[in-house]
Design a binder for this molecule. Structure first.
Ligand code: FNR
Length: 188
């Protein structure tokens, strides 16, 4: 059966580079896989009372089901103050609860961090890894994917300008699929 991989960009910004990278990745799924963007819009900040007092927002119910139904994830994270943007951490928190109902766990992921600068979101990349350890998500170790100077990647329509970047992204996707397949124990 085809496997579905969620592309999760850690930004709500309309012109987000993370989202633009995600859209490029959508066209890079190999046969046997479907890539789909996961929206982080409309998710209120997590409040444990929602679960404890049985007042779970409709958007949480939909989001938790979306994550549960996915077979794996590619996180494309920008860096906010040397860590992950709150919107991404919030999404991790929402689908990790209520206690004992973490729907991220046991699945293979890759982390593609990016930045307009040279450091490529290294801090965000590794803070995200730390949360994924606790959530029991198997983050690809190698290759690490750091995308520097993202402001130079796209034209006005969001198309990649440089075929070398495209090849790099395709290779990273192929490596993730190999990681996924190894863990999944199936051939795609
Ligand atoms: C940033 N930015 C940033 N960049 C970086 O490389 N390291 C950092 O620690 C930060 N910190 C940071 C904090 C906050 C609050 C903002 C709003 C921005 C810049 C950030 O990388 C840039 O705005 C990206 O374009 C955000 O990603 P998207 O929205 O383009 O995907």
């Amino acid at each position: 059966m085809a496997k579905t991989i969620g592309i999760i960009a850690g930004s709500l910004r309309k012109e987000s580079f993370s989202k633009k990278i995600g859209k490029v990745l959508l066209g890079m799924a190999p046969s046997g896989f479907t890539f789909k963007m996961v929206s982080l819009e409309d998710l209120p900040i997590y409040n444990q009372d929602f679960d404890d007092l049985d007042k779970v927002p409709e958007s949480y119910i939909i989001f938790r089901k979306t994550i549960k139904d996915l077979d794996g994830f590619i996180f494309i994270t920008p860096e906010y103050n040397r860590s992950v943007p709150a919107v991404l951490k919030n999404a991790l928190d929402i689908a990790s609860r209520p206690y004992g109902e973490n729907v991220w766990g046991g699945k293979a992921a890759a982390i593609f961090s990016n930045s307009p600068g040279n450091l490529s979101g290294f801090g965000a990349n590794h803070h995200l890894r730390q949360s994924l350890v606790f959530l029991n998500v198997y983050a690809m170790q190698q290759p690490e994917v750091y995308l520097a100077n993202v402001t130079t990647y796209f034209d006005a329509e969001g198309k990649l300008l440089d075929s070398k970047i495209e090849s790099f992204l395709q290779q990273a996707v192929d490596d993730y699929i190999a990681w996924f397949t190894k863990l999944d124990g199936t051939s795609a």
